[in-house]
Design a protein around this ligand. Structure first.
Ligand code: SF4
Ligand code: SF4
Length: 463
């Protein structure tokens, strides 16, 4: 008999007043009993609508059936057929707008906690099975992947399983892309990312760090001098946006990218870290997306009073609801309908505050959201010693400017054929944030998967 409870089994988590002082993972994961109980909420629908909501098409009812029966390793093996990074997806996928949004249990009550079950199965495997997968036999073809984030790793994993000789080029000194420099330890422990990368290395994927494609080597050189028959560009969107208001050059103003990289990749919060970070007492994060929540929660863990400045209302916040709730529980203040006009500083060049103005919501704009309009005469100043701009990112123009015949949108996104990820250059494919602008880990993984299948078809047709 299925478990007809209307609500998901709650996720055990660190208490807000404790977790906002440490960088350990917030969500602790289901116990085996909780996982089996939750898995029994799945109705094993024949037409499995949930799978249609998953960009990498995990066999959801099949793996959940195994969890319900206590066959946790079998559940993991089913997930691993579709996803190169199960422990990552179970943690950072926006399940509420993906697989779980299609779950029939969500019609009357809460959907099955698919993401939590996926995380449980992946963690069970990581804790109990330390053997690595065997390396598949080589098919003799070479493919280069640019960027070791979610799209690059997924594309690499799928091609390696098919016997391709895959090299991943990473600009930073550690593999993982946004999974290691962008997402904080308390949402995605880096040991988990490393474990997934070790699995890919065992499949034969070669990862070359500290190589900037477009500077160290160009794509044209990869395809001529280095002998790669196809290239996948998964270089992400690492170019931060600023507001272009006065005072953004004061010391103490960060892009969220820089702030998070110093903390997540360089571990600036640890004593003895070689990377400095300003431990501001009063920190404001400008923006309302997931990156803004991550930056605010990191600043809080460094001991600051933190506020999020957002020019619309709570209802328009683009961040995942869960992330907003976590930030609120952890004591982060939200200043809605507020817009910074100028960052103010002292004679030594350090931030001292921000001049802001109140906003009101006007008519809907092209995106359908009501446009914020300034309230006349409402200017006020907030004392601050650190401002973090979390206004989004766009793709770095380096690859476009060094690759012949690569067409991009005006804002920098690489133009691709949707069904294959093929760019305007034969043999060159792209996916993830480099194509879409900043989006989600799972959409990037889906794009990596699509491109891997297309590259396989392309190279088969040539040989
Ligand atoms: Fe859902 Fe993400 Fe898992 Fe797909 S990969 S089933 S979207 S949690
Ligand atoms: Fe199970 Fe929900 Fe998928 Fe149905 S839609 S198979 S209940 S997870």
């Amino acid at each position: 008999m299925p478990n007809m409870a209307m609500e998901k089994n709650p996720m055990p988590s660190q208490a807000p007043e404790i977790r906002n002082q440490n960088f350990k993972e917030v969500a602790l994961g289901y116990t085996p009993e909780q996982a089996m109980d939750e898995a029994k909420r799945c109705l094993q629908c024949k037409n499995h609508p949930c799978v249609g909501g998953c960009p990498v098409k995990v066999y959801i009812p099949e793996f959940i059936r195994e969890v319900a029966q206590g066959n946790f390793e079998e559940a993991y093996q089913i997930i691993a057929k579709s996803s190169a990074l199960p422990a990552v997806c179970g943690r950072v996928c926006p399940q509420e707008s993906q697989c779980e949004s299609k779950c029939v249990r969500g019609i009357k009550g809460e959907p099955v906690a698919i993401g939590r079950l996926e995380r449980f199965a992946a963690d069970y495997h990581n804790q109990n099975h330390h053997e690595l997968p065997p390396k598949p036999a080589s098919n003799g073809h070479k493919v280069a992947i640019i960027g070791s984030g979610p799209s690059g790793l997924t594309c690499a994993g799928d091609l390696a399983k098919l016997g391709y000789q895959v090299t991943v080029y990473e600009a930073l000194h550690l593999a993982g892309g946004v999974l290691v420099y962008g997402i904080p330890e308390f949402r995605l422990p880096k040991a988990i990312v490393q474990k997934e990368i070790d699995t890919l290395k065992a499949l034969g994927v070669d990862i070359q760090t500290n190589v900037i494609i477009g500077k160290t080597i160009t794509i044209d050189e990869l395809m001529t001098e280095y002998g790669y028959e196809a290239v996948f560009i998964g270089s992400g969107a690492g170019l931060p946006k600023f507001m272009n208001i006065p005072g953004e050059n004061f010391k103490g103003v960060y892009s969220a990218n820089e702030f998070l990289t110093r903390i997540n990749l360089m571990k600036a919060y640890q004593p003895g870290s070689s990377t400095p970070i300003q431990r501001g007492k009063k920190v404001a994060v400008v923006g309302g997306g997931n990156v803004a929540m991550d930056a605010a929660r990191c600043a809080k863990r460094l001991g600051a009073d933190v506020s999020i400045i957002y020019r619309r209302t709570e209802a328009e916040l683009p961040a995942r609801r869960e992330e907003v709730e976590h930030a609120m529980e952890e004591g982060i203040e939200f200043k809605f309908l507020t817009n910074p006009l100028e960052i103010r500083g002292d004679e030594q060049g350090w931030v001292t505050g921000a001049l802001c103005q109140e906003m009101a919501l006007g008519e809907p704009d092209a995106s359908g959201r009501r446009r914020p309009v300034a309230v006349e005469g409402s200017e006020f100043e907030i004392p601050l010693d650190c401002v973090i701009m979390a206004l989004g990112t766009s793709p770095n123009p380096l690859i476009k400017s060094t690759t012949q015949g690569l067409e991009t949108q005006r804002w920098g996104g690489i133009i691709v054929e949707e069904a294959t990820g093929l760019t305007s250059r034969e043999g060159v494919y792209a996916g993830g944030d480099a194509v879409t602008g900043a989006a989600t880990v799972i959409l990037a993984m889906g794009a990596g998967k699509t491109a891997a299948a297309a590259i396989d078809e392309y190279l088969r047709s040539k040989s």
